[in-house]
Design a protein around this ligand. Structure first.
Ligand SMILES: Cc1ncc(COP(=O)(O)O)c(C=O)c1O
Length: 439
């Protein structure tokens, strides 16, 4: 339902006929008129599936559940890299917990932007990784993981009804965020040639310039994610320049989600903000969720010119006043530690990528070698009509959790995504369980 139609349907009570609305309300229509358009636009089917997958993943974590003939559930659905051997997290956390300042800081609201020392650590990291220099005094802002930065950047720069350009396929949160805010989504084929059914040379990694130009005309923002979730593609440097030029021509904000910048296999990471034409209109968003394997810490940041960071900080301070003082306490040590383990992380994960590819292939799944990140992206086996059907089968019959491809975009139809970033042995076992399947 479109937003307007939804409003009319809610006012007239017709919305109760919508199966999605019925599910949300659980048959209790008294509350129908209290729901906002954002809630009524939520992707209920995908969220329900994710909930089921998450429940299964929880069981996997508790390790109590054993499918008698198969063994414990193995979760390949989430991007949670195992980096526990690279840095002494408990020590960092314990030290921080017992530092006197940490306790004192908990008794007051920390600075909305983040404590100055932390912002300097983030600025140093970004400069070392990408060569882009940000002023920690006004160009960096902490957030509760990249997700919060993404949500608020869209809220800050795109009004409901405005257009946002997304790649196909892309991280499923982007269309969900756009959808629940009533934004118009314009899809363009990604570097590995998304947009289902398009007949392209698979070796041509360049974006389609005409398509991009058409999509960016009149758009308020474009979200890029290189390396990308789900297919591990990276945007060619000349295409980054093209995006920068088009964004400048059409006065479009670039939101660059760089959470996988530490996981590049084919080439060095380039931030679009390092292109002069782009820096003035780019918000870079990242976090320690992937780089340090710490998605539960909820620690991330946004960086950009002060004119973009200031309104973002203002909005965030109204929505979620600040990032926890405890997180702010541990963040500098975590950020500083990365340069020490990054080379080992690179070598180990590159070897693991090749091993994962070989294992997938040996078990009947073809996947292109990802240029970055730690996922494989494959067609579901013959006999399954969709990624959803295959994901359900994997969970119910093989105790393996994978992500269906459909929520990632039109080209995700009949695909599935599986992560090789977790424990290596689990990946091997999971591949053996789901190999050469017939439904
Ligand atoms: C591309 C991308 N961006 C952002 C996130 C979420 O990051 P965070 O945990 O920092 O909110 C993910 C998580 O999978 C992701 O794949």
């Amino acid at each position: 339902m479109t937003r307007l139609f939804k409003k009319i349907a809610v006012r007239t009570g017709l919305a109760r006929l919508d199966p999605g609305v019925q599910k949300r309300l659980g048959g209790d229509y008294f509350y129908l008129r209290t729901y906002s358009s954002d809630v009524l636009s939520a992707p209920i089917k995908d969220l329900e599936l994710l909930e089921a997958l998450e429940r299964a993943a929880d069981v996997a974590k508790s390790q109590n559940h054993q499918t008698p003939t198969i063994g414990p559930i193995i979760d390949l659905s989430q991007g949670m890299p195992d980096l526990s051997n690279f840095f002494p997290l408990p020590a960092i956390l314990q030290e921080a917990t017992f530092r006197k300042e940490a306790t004192v800081n908990l008794q007051k609201y920390p600075r909305a932007f983040g404590q100055p020392g932390i912002l300097s650590s983030v600025a140093r990291k970004i400069a070392a990784d990408t060569g882009v220099v940000y002023d920690p005094a006004c160009e960096i802002l902490l957030c509760n993981g990249a997700s919060q930065g993404l949500a608020h950047a869209l809220e800050c720069f795109v009004d409901p009804g405005g257009a946002v350009v997304l790649f196909d396929p892309c991280y499923l949160f982007y269309p969900w965020l756009a959808q629940t805010r009533g934004l118009r989504i314009r899809r363009v084929g990604g570097p590995k040639k998304g947009l289902a059914g398009r007949d392209q040379d698979p070796n041509d990694r360049r974006l389609n310039q005409r398509e991009l130009e058409r999509a960016m005309r009149g758009a308020k923002a474009i979200i890029i994610n290189s390396p990308s979730n789900p297919d591990g593609s990276m945007i060619h440097i000349d295409d980054l320049k093209l995006i920068a030029a088009l964004a400048a021509r059409h006065n479009c904000i670039i939101i660059s989600d760089e959470v996988y910048s530490g996981f590049c296999w084919s080439e060095k990471f380039t931030s679009i903000a390092s292109i002069t034409a782009a820096r003035a209109r780019t918000i870079v968003i990242s976090s320690v969720s992937k780089s340090h394997g710490l998605p539960g810490l909820r620690a991330g940041w946004c960086a950009g010119p002060a004119a973009l960071i200031r309104p973002l900080a203002m909005l965030m301070s109204i929505r979620v006043p600040c990032v926890s003082a405890m997180v702010q306490e541990v963040l500098p040590d975590l950020i500083e530690s990365e340069s020490r383990f990054a080379p080992a992380r690179h070598n180990q994960f590159l070897a693991r990528r090749d091993s994962a590819l070989a294992q997938a292939e040996a078990n009947g799944f073809k996947a292109e070698a990802p240029d970055g990140a730690f996922y494989l992206w494959s067609k579901v086996p013959r006999g399954f009509s969709s990624g959803y059907e295959f994901a359900r089968w994997c969970l119910e019959r093989r105790s393996v959790v994978v992500m269906p491809g459909e929520p990632f975009g039109p080209s995700g139809k009949g695909m599935f995504r599986y992560s090789w970033g977790g424990l290596q042995e689990s990946f091997t076992t999971a591949m053996q369980r789901i190999q050469a399947v017939e439904p």
